[in-house]
Design a protein. Structure first.
Length: 322
């Protein structure tokens, strides 16, 4: 009589993170795959509002999920913190929307300039980068000083999590109203904030939110997270992105800007439909997680990825996680 041997499953090996910094950009690799490059000292033209951006962004398996300078909107840069209506100034790039006048090219494209790096290091199994920036108008006025950081946290289910954290301080000496094209009069166009632009092949992809909601009707709706599933050319593989709001945020759940046609894009838009008064000397802080995962996702997987990311955000917010 034979007996089958029983063995306990071995723990999964730790994911290996490595990084390089060339003085203008930091590149992070996971298990030997370059998954994320953050250009913190951008040299784009003034008309494109030079600012830091994440590109290329790849899944753990190496599939590209970001676009840089697409011909229809050359100021779209992978994943970037971008504000089109910071008072009269544009820190998004391109033309500015003005009530009753549509889009106009104005001499108001500001720049977010890297000042100094505060940290770039492995941090208990994650990678963390922190730096200080100055927001300077096209006329040369300093209006915002920013402390920004991000982490790359290896995840399960063929994924990793990008944690983005910004604290902006109004140093202009005057109150500033932060809004969007929608607060300026363009219906359902409240973009601005942490904005992702997907590759061209992701056009026609699937937008999903909590509770089974899908499609572009989610644009302008409030939710704790949103996801996008797109398909790649050549390989025909799928990838998933999930963007989540900080569960401990003092701000209301964000409205979302998302499109699948004519191109793929998504992002929490904290100034979508209502202007925010940014008082002189005040600090505004926003924090989000972005899950980058190989493979397609149904509602259940998207929910699980969002839950995992919100758990990471909550853990990092605790005293032990800081």
């Amino acid at each position: 009589m034979s007996h089958a041997a029983t063995t306990s499953a071995a723990p999964a090996p730790a994911r290996q993170l490595s990084w390089t910094d060339d003085g203008a950009a930091v590149e992070i690799s996971l298990d030997g795959v370059s998954v994320l490059t953050y250009t913190y000292a951008a040299d784009d033209s003034q008309a494109e509002s030079p600012r830091p951006y994440f590109h290329p962004v790849r899944t753990p398996g190496g599939d590209l999920v970001s676009a840089y300078r697409p011909h229809d909107h050359v100021w779209h840069k992978g994943i970037a913190w971008s504000l089109p209506h910071l008072g009269p100034d544009n820190f998004w790039g391109g033309p500015s929307y003005r009530r009753g006048k549509d889009y106009q090219w104005l001499p108001n494209n500001g720049a977010m300039r890297h000042l100094e790096t505060a940290k770039a290091a492995d941090d208990d199994g994650t990678f963390r980068f922190a730096h200080r920036l100055q927001w300077i108008t096209q006329q040369g006025s300093l209006v915002v000083e920013e402390d920004r950081s991000f982490r790359v946290v290896p995840g399960t289910d063929a994924s990793y999590i990008l944690v983005f954290d910004t604290a902006m301080t109004n140093v202009s000496g005057e109150d500033i109203h932060i809004g969007s094209p929608t607060t300026e009069g363009r219906e359902n166009a409240g973009y601005g904030g942490l904005f992702w632009r997907g590759p061209r092949s992701f056009a026609g992809g699937t937008i999903m939110g909590p509770g089974g909601a899908t499609g572009e009707q989610l644009r302008g709706q409030r939710a704790p997270w949103l996801s996008f599933v797109g398909q790649h050319d050549e390989t025909c593989r799928y990838s998933t992105l999930v963007m989540v709001d900080d569960p401990g945020s003092v701000h209301p759940e964000p409205e979302w800007f998302a499109r699948s046609e004519p191109f793929a894009c998504m992002g929490p838009a904290p100034f979508f439909s209502k202007e925010t008064l940014f008082q002189a000397g005040a600090t505004l802080r926003f924090r989000y997680g972005v899950v980058v995962a190989d493979g397609a996702s149904d509602q259940g997987r998207a929910e699980a990825l969002a839950t995992a990311a919100r758990g990471v955000l909550a853990a990092l917010a605790s005293p032990a996680g800081k």
